[in-house]
Design a protein around this ligand. Structure first.
Ligand SMILES: Cc1ncc(COP(=O)(O)O)c(C=O)c1O
Length: 398
């Protein structure tokens, strides 16, 4: 069964200029923007050039407003809980550095933690006297819910969960983790949805997170240099932005400023306005295609590619977890991941490599130095995956 009719796929691909030039299997890096996103950005840049940047921004007020509404719709949250930030890392930092960590506070994370976020956890632990603890995985390589529940107590202030990591096809049980965190009212649940936004349905109420951060350029197919932060209204006053900015605060008197009552408090005044417009169009595009259908189609493609690669002697799939995202990682006995990436590039196929320093907590215990990361989106085709499989087979059988 296929989740998209052939004519719909043809239309969606025709709406994606990059499809004419490349077989793109690097959506977990940055996907290919659809034409309406490209057009919205181009048109805003032209307005800026024609009428001036501030004036173009005022002119685009409705479009910019819709970006908040679209992100809120994507997440099942409220538009006042959404801040637009230049990437996921800074979005996440704006909230994390705003938590008033105290000596003795505990911060829980997992083996799926993203490098920059882990740096922030270590940095803040050093500065505040809080501790960082890495919760073990279960036998499938997912965050162990048992170990996680055992670790929870009233000293846990922050729980950091990566929904779908950068290094493999794993999807962590975000909602099940949320149910555990909810039993500990002092804990703030941070969810990194960078790799899941745009490919898996997200519902902040069902997940039970307090903070969610994601990026525009990956499975949402938005422009680079865009991202967003969602912070639950009821917890916002516990999270004052570490860097108050005119974009999210009012200068009331010589010795006081007042934070915006909404998530705008986490924003900066100066920003990539064309990108924000493009992000809104990208989120609407994903909502129009339908995130549930996107997830189903990606699942079909991932199963197909995994089977194809598994059938090649000398290829080893490196993904863990039961639920799978759009990422398929593997190693080839007689070729380094870099060689596979280069050979694919020569064949007009984009894939990426993930190395130990990108995924230290996950790869070190497995003794895994590097993998090839292919990442699939709904508008990839079976024929494209066949071509990729042939490139891999030619390297495995040298
Ligand atoms: C799981 C995960 N978290 C966070 C990030 C950081 O996102 P950004 O580059 O938008 O800051 C990435 C980027 O690859 C990622 O894969």
């Amino acid at each position: 069964m296929t989740t998209f009719r052939a004519d719909e796929l043809t239309r969606l691909r025709a709406d994606t200029p990059g499809c004419q030039h490349v077989i793109h299997l690097n959506h977990a890096g940055a996907s290919l923007m659809p034409a309406p996103v490209l057009e919205a950005i181009r048109s805003h840049l032209e307005s800026e050039a024609r009428m001036g940047g501030y004036e173009a921004e005022a002119d685009a007020a409705d479009q910019l407003d819709d970006t908040y509404a679209a992100v809120a719709e994507l997440l099942g949250g409220h538009r006042d809980e959404v801040a637009l930030v230049e990437n996921q890392t800074r979005a996440w930092d704006m909230a994390f550095y705003g938590v008033d960590l105290q000596p003795g506070d505990r911060v829980l994370t997992s083996h799926a933690e993203y490098s920059s976020q882990y740096f922030a956890l270590l940095d803040r632990a050093r500065r505040t006297g809080a501790t960082v603890e890495v919760i073990p995985d279960d036998v499938y390589g997912e965050l162990s819910l048992d170990a996680f529940a055992d670790a929870m107590d009233e000293h846990v202030r922050v729980v950091s969960v990566v929904h779908a990591p950068t290094f493999g096809g794993l999807v962590n049980p975000a909602a099940e983790a949320g149910a555990i965190v909810r039993e500990h009212p002092r804990a703030l649940y941070f969810l990194d949805a960078t790799q899941s936004a745009g490919q898996l349905p997200l519902d902040v109420e069902a997940i039970g997170c307090d903070v969610l951060a994601a990026t525009g350029r990956k499975f949402l197919r938005g422009p680079r240099g865009t991202g967003f932060l969602w912070v639950r209204r009821e917890r916002m006053d516990e999270i004052a932005p570490a860097f108050p900015d005119l974009g999210g605060a009012v200068w009331d008197s010589a010795d006081a400023y007042r934070l915006a009552p909404t998530a705008r408090r986490y924003e900066t005044w100066e920003t990539y306005v064309a990108g924000r417009v493009g992000l809104g169009v990208a989120v609407r595009y994903a909502l129009d295609v339908g995130v549930e259908r996107i997830a189903a189609r990606i699942g079909e493609l991932v199963r197909g590619l995994t089977e194809r690669l598994t059938s090649i002697e000398g290829v080893e799939i490196q993904d863990t977890g039961r639920a799978r995202s759009g990422i398929v990682t593997f190693t080839v006995v007689d070729a380094t991941p870099e060689e596979v990436k280069d050979a694919a590039r020569i064949a007009g196929i984009n894939v990426y490599t993930i190395d130990l320093p990108d995924a230290r907590l996950a790869f070190e215990p497995r003794g895994l130095p590097s993998v090839v990361r292919s990442s699939l989106h709904y508008f990839n085709t079976e024929e494209e995956l066949e071509r990729f499989g042939a490139v891999v087979a030619s390297l495995a059988h040298r």
